[in-house]
Design a protein around this ligand. Structure first.
Ligand code: NOJ
Ligand code: CA
Length: 531
């Protein structure tokens, strides 16, 4: 198994840096905080840490608006803090993945300042400027992902600039070779500093229709859904020319050995797999968010896994995600009991798992008090904000759950969960029944059983309603997972030989022999090993 590249056999852990560990008492997490908690990640058993943006930023979108691609925002620390983080991570055999945000910069980026200065600025074409439409309004009907139009008029030069997100996040023009070159230099800057890869923000957005045609109306738009869903994003994203751009980034990484390129892509399975690129020249891991978007029913998930496995191009390595800083927490979406089998699913399917910080302690949706919203999306389109899944990590039962250092520390930037005094890492570490212990055991099994990390996948049609059964197979080893998505106990037929329980979401079953049948509790998941 050691001859398989690290990003195929390993597990990625996402840190939202504002919310992981605050060391200077300002209520916001920072780089020294991440370094201080690397031991938690090593103990847990993950292999890589992906850190959401830490670059200098006016923080209109909490760092997804980058004002300098080669620096560190003072809120998070310094370049020296970053170098220390990389060194300490590598010392523990943990890889470091940075968030790369190439689709748009901050409105304060010097490139944009120069670009907007005049129509003849040498950097005018680094961004997307268009004349007003025939009626004097925006050039076309494209909408912002955060609500409202995607075009803002700059009165000084009489043209509109395009922004797929906030007006403070102008889109860069990736058709301009100078932009590509500048961005490749950014990748090299961080690769030289030792980073092991990048998660590329909204990679499917990088190229837009050169004719800027109107997007067609979405006939299936759901009432109450974000405004952007009123149109199908046919011309504003997922354009064929994007694959050339991605291949260019990939080529830069390949010059540095085993570095990984992960792409953020919200598209249906058939389109998603295109992002492995022609002849696998695309993203190593096009993020697969299908588990987040599929109803939590066994039959739907069985079908999803089969469709995804079948759609992968030859040699394309799968991956799975249950949550991130833009999506409701898994424990909130499916409930605490089902979140346990969700963890088992994530960590036993074929492909690289990405685990979101806090999910290992079963953190749920933390309500935000009235007036306390921080996410700009919540202000534009109430109800769609992402604050509830970005709340501070809960480490122990000391004040502020150990998230902020020092007794005079400020309040954390977002609230803790109500049950923080008991839902924290320290309390769960010593509890054999905890979510944290379950995650650690699952991650240990992935390391100890090559079949789980790199083995083949096959569905097992048991014909028991509400139960998903599948196997991971390598050499002579057969591991079978049985996950009860239902709320009732089940007896499963096991006609094919003798099995031993390796792990159950219900503590105390490890080592149990299973012959002919296996009793499953409601919402129980079990990993069996064929004898
Ligand atoms: C996707 C990021 O995950 C999200 O947090 C951000 O707001 C948008 N891209 C814009 O960068
Ligand atoms: Ca801090």
């Amino acid at each position: 198994m050691t001859d398989t590249v690290w990003w195929k056999r390993g597990t990625v852990y996402q840190v939202y840096p504002r919310s992981f560990q605050d060391t200077n008492g300002d209520g916001v997490g920072d780089l020294p905080g991440i370094t201080a908690r690397l031991d938690h990640l090593a103990w847990l058993g993950v292999d890589a840490v992906w850190i959401s943006p830490i670059y200098p930023s006016p923080m209109a979108d909490f760092g997804y608006d980058v004002a300098d691609y080669c620096g560190i925002d003072p809120l998070f620390g310094t370049l020296a803090d970053f170098d220390a983080l990389v060194a300490e991570a590598h010392r523990r055999k943990l890889r470091v993945i940075l968030d790369f945000v190439p689709n748009h910069s901050a409105i304060t980026h010097p490139w944009f300042t120069e670009s907007r200065a005049s129509r003849t600025s040498p950097k005018r074409d680094w961004y997307i400027w268009r004349d007003p439409g025939p009626d004097g309004g925006p050039p076309n009907n494209w909408l912002s992902n955060f609500g409202g139009p995607a075009w803002t008029l700059d009165p000084a030069t009489g043209q509109y600039y395009y922004h797929a997100f906030l007006k403070e996040q102008p889109d860069l023009n990736w058709r301009n070779p100078a932009v590509r070159e500048a961005m490749h230099a950014v990748l090299r800057f961080w690769l030289e500093r030792g980073v092991d890869g990048f998660r590329v923000d909204v990679i499917w957005h990088l190229m837009k229709d050169p004719a800027f045609r109107d997007n067609p109306v979405n006939p299936d738009a759901a009432p109450g859904a974000p405004g952007i869903t009123r149109f199908l994003q046919v011309y504003s994203a997922d354009r064929p020319e994007v694959f050339d751009v991605i291949a260019g980034m990939r080529a830069v990484l390949r010059g540095y050995g085993e570095r990984v390129l992960i792409g953020e892509i919200y598209l249906p399975v058939e389109r998603l797999v295109a992002y492995y690129g022609p002849d696998l020249t695309g993203a190593d891991l096009p993020f697969n968010f299908q588990l987040i978007q599929t109803p939590w029913r066994a039959e739907a998930v069985v079908d999803l896994v089969a469709r995804y496995e079948a759609a992968l191009p030859p040699g394309g390595w799968p991956n799975w995600v249950l949550g991130n800083h833009d999506q409701p927490r898994i424990a909130a979406r499916v409930g605490e009991a089902q979140a346990r089998i969700a963890a088992m699913l994530l960590l036993t399917l074929r492909g690289t798992p990405t685990l979101y910080y806090g999910d290992e302690i079963g953190l749920g949706h933390v309500p935000i008090p009235p007036g306390g919203a921080r996410d700009p999306w919540e202000r534009n389109e109430p109800g769609h904000g992402r604050d509830p899944e970005r709340t501070p990590m809960q480490w122990d039962d000391s004040p502020r759950a150990g998230f902020c250092a020092g007794s005079s520390a400020a309040e954390p930037w977002l609230p803790l969960s109500e049950d923080w005094a008991t839902r924290n890492v320290e309390a769960q570490r010593s509890d054999p029944a905890s979510m944290l212990t379950l995650h650690r055991r699952l991650l240990a099994l992935r390391r100890d059983h090559a079949a789980l990390a790199v083995g083949d996948y096959r569905g097992v049609p048991l014909g028991v309603e509400g139960v998903f059964a599948y196997e991971r197979v390598l050499g002579g080893e057969v591991l079978r997972m049985v996950l009860n998505f239902g709320g009732a106990a089940r007896s499963l037929p096991l006609p094919d030989g003798g099995w031993t329980v390796l792990l159950s979401t219900r503590p105390g079953r490890t080592g149990e022999a299973a012959r002919a049948a296996l009793a499953l509790d409601a919402a129980e998941g079990v990993i069996l090993r064929r004898e």
